[in-house]
Design a protein around this ligand. Structure first.
Ligand SMILES: [Zn+2]
Length: 438
């Protein structure tokens, strides 16, 4: 093969001859329900191994060497590789798990039927992201079928458990399955998404002093400090409301004063997600009694979803938040003695930021090829978080490029078939551009 241009033409010729490959593969994958068992336990829906069987067979059929292992019991990752140089090596990654369908009656199609109508393929996982897995495999397959030998090593990661924290990708990273660059084929609506903010889940534990509600007056109105005076209680919920007010101000100050050029201003939010308060701290870190308002509660537990900008580090934001909490506590005599506790990585959740330059040659290749195919791509950031974070955290230059669709995590999920075909072609060309040909 003379040049990269010739190779791209040859790969596109294969894809033009078999335009339905990625759509068919998406359909076959959608028909195997792979609801993440951390949401719902149901053998009929928790079929990640069966879907990975389909993926594994495709990877083997195109001559990739395959590694497969269980991340959790009966929840396997599958990785296919074609040997090559470490320089300009590339990994493509998609997740095989999906979120539950929700209320079945709100769907107008079979959620696991893979029905095709009006240029759309419907079903849970159609766009998030079995079509992404299919597009990546379709791209590598076209390169192989065209007889192209790539210089850089190429890998395909089909991972489990993205929807509840990315523990499939984390495990692949732990096993050393890395490359110089990565494309995560999550839906990107024509965009090339080179950055995303980091995300932490934080548990806040506020400690008060338990008491009888009838004696609340003793807590809030100063009584003479005589020997007969009962020891006043300290209401942890009252402290929590003041704390949340302060968090809201802190959030708005962070959002106003720090921005990233590729993300909407204000995306570095602090979402107050879960609050539990009551009497007594249980061994699980939660209040023991949450049913009796006659008790002045001594425990309030608040879980936060804490986003930060692609340009910030985990260390930086942890120091900053802990210092905020410390200064809040310094304003109160009780909290000086009983400071608020901060627990990081609640549920093991931590997404490092991704901050790849839009000038990265792989991002540029994706942009150029997508334009060449008639698209009007945009360099952008991703608002939420995806598996790319875990590769980025390990030093891989990661980015997101995928298809168009809607209804993900909702109802009547679909992928736009034309965008799936375009994505497959874009990926095939960008893989050739980045890895180089022999
Ligand atoms: Zn996804």
């Amino acid at each position: 093969m003379a040049t990269s241009e010739d190779a791209v033409k040859a790969a596109w010729k294969v894809l033009d001859a078999e335009p339905d490959y990625a759509t068919d593969l998406t359909q076959r994958l959608v028909r195997v329900p792979t609801v993440n068992p951390k949401f719902i336990q149901d053998a009929a829906q928790n079929r990640e191994p069966a879907a990975q069987d389909v993926v594994e067979a495709e990877l083997k059929a195109i001559g990739m060497s395959v590694d497969r292992w269980d991340v959790f019991k009966d929840r396997p990752n599958v990785i296919g590789q074609i040997a090559g140089d470490e320089k300009n090596s590339l990994l493509l990654c998609g997740h095989i798990d999906v979120v539950p369908i929700g209320d079945r009656s709100t769907w107008t199609v079979d959620p696991f039927g893979g029905e095709i109508k009006n240029g759309r393929l419907y079903g849970r996982g159609a766009v998030d992201m079995k079509s992404g897995v299919a597009a990546a495999i379709g791209a590598i397959r076209a390169i192989r079928k065209a007889g192209i030998e790539l210089k850089g090593r190429v890998a395909m990661h089909s991972v489990v458990d993205e929807e509840t924290g990315g523990f499939g990708a984390i495990d692949a990273v732990k096993k050393g399955y890395l490359a110089e660059a990565a494309i995560i084929t999550e839906p990107s609506w024509g965009e090339i998404q080179v950055c995303e903010g980091g995300l932490e889940w934080i548990r806040i534990t506020i400690t008060g002093r338990q008491g009888h509600s009838a004696w609340r007056y003793n807590e809030i109105w100063p009584q003479r400090d005589e020997p007969a005076r009962l020891r006043p209680a300290v209401n942890a919920i009252d402290i929590a409301t003041r704390f949340l007010d302060a968090v809201r101000n802190f959030e708005s100050s962070r959002c106003r004063n720090r921005q990233h050029p590729l993300l909407p201003p204000g995306m570095n939010t602090i979402n107050v997600g879960v609050i539990r308060a009551g009497a007594g701290l249980g061994p699980d870190g939660l209040p023991l009694i949450m049913t009796n308002p006659a008790i002045i509660p001594d425990v309030a537990v608040i879980d936060l979803d804490y986003k930060f900008l692609p340009s910030q580090t985990k260390e930086e934001i942890r120091t900053e938040f802990e210092s905020f909490v410390h200064h809040f506590c310094q304003q109160d005599l009780w909290l000086q003695q009983n400071p608020i506790k901060v627990q990081w990585e609640l549920g093991g959740l931590h997404f490092p930021p991704m901050n790849t330059s839009p000038d990265h040659p792989l991002a540029q290749a994706l942009f150029r090829r997508r334009s060449q195919l008639g698209g009007t791509p945009k360099m952008a950031g991703f608002i939420a978080v995806a598996d790319c974070a875990h590769y980025a955290g390990a030093g891989v230059d990661a980015m997101i490029c995928g298809a168009t669709g809607d209804g993900f995590h909702g109802t009547d999920e679909y992928v736009d078939i034309a965008s799936l075909e375009e994505t497959t072609k874009t990926l095939a060309a960008a893989i050739i551009d980045w890895c180089g040909v022999r």
